[in-house]
Ligand binder design. Structure first.
Ligand code: NI
Length: 177
């Protein structure tokens, strides 16, 4: 197991469209395990491969968070095959946009087809928080962040704030001890 570095926005690596996983092999399964470990340590409830620098269609999630027994999900090539007409607004955050939150509207219920860690095709129906997390993580595979769903004014404010923090962090790291 290994903890991976999470890429912080703004970063061009978070804007790339990811390619399909041909086959979930031992290497892919290990990446899924490492992504889950990274997500739990952050702590977060979802993580997509591009957030750790891998441009493959892989996401992990565990909406139980710190409150319930672990319910990890590992998905390759997730596809939404049905979504409800009813939409709901939820507050979202992202491990690549630390300390930033805003309301995003998405379909309330979805049905998702994906390939699991054993290379078997699965389908699940999701609503509530799980539905939000899966849709948020799937957006990452298209290079889309939750701030791309809000007004350009708010998005600009958030990205400029993160950009300033990154510059400050770098300068601070270079200061002599
Ligand atoms: Ni995210």
């Amino acid at each position: 197991m290994a903890k991976l570095d999470i890429i912080i926005a703004p970063d061009p690596r978070l804007k790339r469209k990811c390619g399909a996983v041909e086959r979930v092999d031992a290497g892919t399964a290990q990446l899924m395990t490492d992504m889950l470990e990274t997500m739990y340590a952050a702590p977060g409830i979802g993580l997509a491969a591009p957030q750790v620098g891998v441009t493959k269609r892989i996401i992990v999630a565990d909406p139980a968070g710190e409150n319930g027994p672990p319910a990890p999900l590992k998905m390759a090539n997730p596809e939404i095959i049905w979504s409800s007409d009813e939409k709901k607004r939820h507050e979202e955050g992202c491990l690549s946009l630390p300390q930033e939150y805003d309301m995003v509207e998405r379909p309330d219920k979805i049905r998702v087809r994906y390939v699991d860690e054993n290379n078997a095709t699965q389908e699940i129906e999701a609503d509530g928080l799980l539905s939000v997390v899966i849709q948020h993580e799937m957006d990452h595979l298209e290079g889309v962040l939750f701030v791309d769903h809000i007004s350009s004014l708010k998005r600009g404010i958030i990205l400029r704030r993160l950009s300033k923090q990154k510059k400050h962090g770098k300068r601070h790291a270079m200061e002599p001890a």
